[in-house]
Design a protein around this ligand. Sequence first.
Ligand SMILES: *[C@@H]1O[C@H](CO)[C@@H](O)[C@H](O)[C@H]1NC(C)=O
Ligand SMILES: *[C@@H]1O[C@H](CO)[C@@H](O)[C@H](O)[C@H]1NC(C)=O
Ligand SMILES: *[C@@H]1O[C@H](CO)[C@@H](O)[C@H](O)[C@H]1NC(C)=O
Ligand SMILES: *[C@@H]1O[C@H](CO)[C@@H](O)[C@H](O)[C@H]1NC(C)=O
Length: 346
Amino acid sequence: MWKVVLLLIMGLGDLGFSQHYSQFQWLSYLRGRHRYASFRSEDADCPLECDCPSAYPTAMYCHGRNLQHVPYVPSHIKYVYLQRNQINSIQDGVFDNATNLVWVVLFHNQLESDKIGKNVFSKLRNLDRLLLEHNQLTCVPPNLPKSLSDLRLAHNKISKIPPGLFQRMTNLTSLQLQANVIEDVAGAFSGLKSLTILDMRRNKLKKIPNGLPERLQQLYLEFNDIESVPAHFLTVLPKLQFVRLAHNKLTDKGLPADVFNISTLIELDLSFNKLKKIPLVHRNLENLYLQANRIKDFSLSSFCRPIDMTNFSRMRMLRLDGNKINAEDIPSEAAYCLRHIVAVDV
Ligand SMILES: *[C@@H]1O[C@H](CO)[C@@H](O)[C@H](O)[C@H]1NC(C)=O
Ligand SMILES: *[C@@H]1O[C@H](CO)[C@@H](O)[C@H](O)[C@H]1NC(C)=O
Ligand SMILES: *[C@@H]1O[C@H](CO)[C@@H](O)[C@H](O)[C@H]1NC(C)=O
Ligand SMILES: *[C@@H]1O[C@H](CO)[C@@H](O)[C@H](O)[C@H]1NC(C)=O
């Protein structure tokens, strides 16, 4: 069984997992493929453009072959690898016989939104992963199956997410929308009851999306145009641990007092903004990134409350380099409270 999983993962090539497998394993995979090729003609149920190794009977490999269309996918296939081709359109019906599909991998193609049928994916009741990053999409494909847990749409040209699009997608745990041109999401995410990771780096957001799902644990919003953070936006997200807001336009005025005084937060990245003060954070925060702002004072009270000097901050990493403070500006009392600190960069 583990072998099957290994090959499935390797089929993804550059998904990021592959580096864990040694070159030797790759080599034996390639050799194996060579051998399977001679059996292929016996397998009538595999399109000529693709490889369906008999040792991995539910996978179909069609990546990197200059394909311009999606080949016929036989009904027993669960994992189809179509990445790195020239596919720009998918008509309704193409996957209609392949209702067992669990993964559809289509990244690095030329897909255009108006050339994708409205119901291309809608009958795939078992679909778990749909990987569509690095295409030319201008909107999220409609009628996505409710079974999806991982949806990747990064590096496209998506500008809008209409409300209701993700309704009832209660199994979605990870949504990647980074490197698009999204300005607003108008509460489109509120129905995503299982979403734990939302990646919206490198978009055109002017504010933090409202109605974020309440199970969210990781929120990535670097490289947007966000100027302020709404009061209480974190108190309605009781599971949030990682918030990254680097490379935005945040000012002190845009941060309501106490907005980051949240006990669940472990990491807060506010680097490369326009802050002049260190915002108040909760004692549970472990990593605080504030480099490349305009901070002039090391305000110990931002991490340590005078009443409970014995109740230490959990801070481990504090970055303040690229600001207007030096090591001498750190008061000696800091040592009492910042006991867990591993590094302070100034
Ligand atoms: C689906 O399967 C049926 C019966 O096996 C076949 O006639 C039909 O052409 C297939 N459809 C597609 C889109 O491949
Ligand atoms: C969500 O996932 C669970 C567990 O994997 C599964 O039983 C359920 O059918 C899925 N929901 C949908 C709508 O596919
Ligand atoms: C921070 O939040 C805690 C509750 O977790 C609260 O007791 C405390 O008063 C708050 N600190 C400030 C300075 O508002
Ligand atoms: C520090 O304060 C928290 C809540 O404010 C409390 O739960 C914890 O026990 C205190 N720790 C110490 C060492 O006093």
